[in-house]
Write a new protein. Structure first.
Length: 333
C-alpha cells in the first residue's frame, strides 16, 4: 500500500472507482509476500502487484467483476501444471490467496481516510478486515487492542496474517513505518550503499560531522537526507526506531564508537560496523568498558556484511545491503 497510495489517492481525486487486491496468505514459494496490495481501476489500469505478473490478468478480471457486483471476492491460485502452459497460476510452484475488495474508500470512508493519512505520514498501523460479514477497522499503537493483544503482537512481529477469533475469520494487514538506512560516514562505500538501499526501498540518511566528506554532490544517487553533525546530534534529529537500520563506516573511533554506544541503547533493527576482526575486538573492549554486556554486543554485525569475498566499495556495499535485507526479511517485513 505504501508504494501505491499516491496513485490510489490520485484516482480518488479524479473520481475514478477502483478495487484493491491483497495477498492474504501464501504457501510454499510465492512471488509477493502476504500484505502486498494491487490497485485495479474501473477501466482496467493497475498499480502494484500481487504476483509479479503470474496471475494479474485473473485478478484484474475478478476486480472488475467485484466493482460491478459490489461484493468482495476471495481468490486462490495454485501452481501451474507442467502439462498446461495456458492455465492461470504460479510458475514458482507455490499457492496464494487474494482478497479483492471493491471501492474501499466508498465502502468505509472513515477507515480509508485514517489508513491513507497514517501511511502518507509514515505512521504504523494495522488494518483489520473481517471476511463475513465484510467490514474493516484500523488499529495503531496507543489505542486499545480489540483482539486482546493479537493485533499488537502481529504489529510487533511485523507479520500480516489470517487469523480466526471466536469463529470469525479476520485478516491483519500490518503497515509498518518505512524502513530507513542510516549511514554514519560519507565514505567511498556509502556512495554505492545509498544507491543499492534506494533500489530495495529504504529511505537513506547519511550523517558525518566532517563537512569535507558530507557532500551530496559525491553521490550519483543522492541520499534522502544529508546531515553534517556528530552522531548524538544526528540521531536526535533523525529519531531511532525499530524500522531503522544503521551502519557505521568512518573508521574513526571518535565517531564510530560514539555512534555504536547510542545505537546499542536504541531499538534499531540492525547495527553494522565496518572494520577487521582485530578492530572489532578492540571496539568491543571499549564498549564493555562503557557497561555493555556480551549480549548487547551480539547486536553488532561486524565485520559488516555477508561474507561474499567483497573487496571493492561496490562489492562491500552489496554485501552490506544483502545482510540488511536478510535481517529485515527474518523479521517478516
Amino acid at each position: 500500500m505504501n508504494a501505491i497510495l499516491t496513485t490510489l489517492e490520485t484516482w480518488i481525486r479524479e473520481g475514478k472507482m477502483f478495487a484493491t487486491a491483497t495477498v492474504t496468505q501464501t504457501w510454499g514459494s510465492s512471488p509477493r509476500p502476504v500484505g502486498s496490495v494491487m490497485g485495479i481501476r474501473e477501466d482496467g489500469l493497475v498499480c502494484g502487484s500481487v504476483s509479479g505478473g503470474c496471475v494479474e490478468s485473473a485478478v484484474i478480471e475478478a476486480a472488475l467483476g467485484a466493482l460491478e457486483s459490489g461484493e468482495p471476492r476471495e481468490l486462490l491460485f495454485d501452481a501451474v501444471s507442467e502439462d498446461s502452459v495456458w492455465d492461470v497460476g504460479l510458475s514458482c510452484g507455490g499457492r496464494i490467496q487474494v482478497l479483492v475488495e471493491p471501492d474501499p474508500p466508498a465502502r468505509n470512508p472513515a477507515v480509508w481516510r485514517a489508513l491513507a493519512s497514517r501511511v502518507a505520514d509514515d505512521l504504523p498501523c494495522v488494518l483489520i478486515t473481517a471476511y463475513d460479514p465484510y467490514e474493516s477497522s484500523l488499529w495503531f499503537t496507543g489505542t486499545p487492542d480489540p483482539l486482546d493483544g493479537i493485533v499488537e503482537d502481529a504489529y510487533r512481529k511485523r507479520t500480516s496474517q489470517n487469523i480466526e477469533v471466536n469463529g470469525k475469520r479476520l485478516f491483519l494487514n500490518v503497515f509498518a513505518s518505512k524502513a530507513r538506512l542510516v549511514i554514519i560516514g560519507s565514505v567511498h562505500i556509502a556512495v554505492p550503499l545509498v544507491q543499492l538501499a534506494a533500489i530495495v526501498g529504504f529511505e537513506t540518511i547519511v550523517a558525518d560531522p566532517r563537512s569535507t566528506f558530507a557532500s551530496a554532490e559525491r553521490f550519483p544517487v543522492p541520499p534522502d537526507r544529508m546531515i553534517v553533525e556528530w552522531p548524538q546530534e544526528a540521531f536526535d534529529r533523525i529519531g531511532l526506531s525499530a524500522e531503522t537500520y544503521a551502519v557505521v563506516l568512518t573508521h574513526d573511533p571518535k565517531i564510530d564508537d560514539v555512534a555504536l554506544a547510542i545505537l546499542l541503547k536504541s531499538p534499531v533493527a540492525y547495527i553494522g560496523a565496518l572494520g577487521s576482526r582485530v578492530t572489532q575486538a578492540k571496539r568491543q573492549e571499549q564498549l564493555r568498558g562503557l557497561g555493555f554486556s556480551d549480549e548487547d554486543l551480539k547486536r553488532i554485525h561486524g565485520p559488516v556484511g555477508l561474507n561474499i569475498g567483497a573487496r571493492s566499495p561496490e562489492e562491500i556495499a552489496l554485501s552490506i545491503i544483502a545482510e540488511i535485507v536478510q535481517v529485515r526479511r527474518s523479521r517478516g517485513t
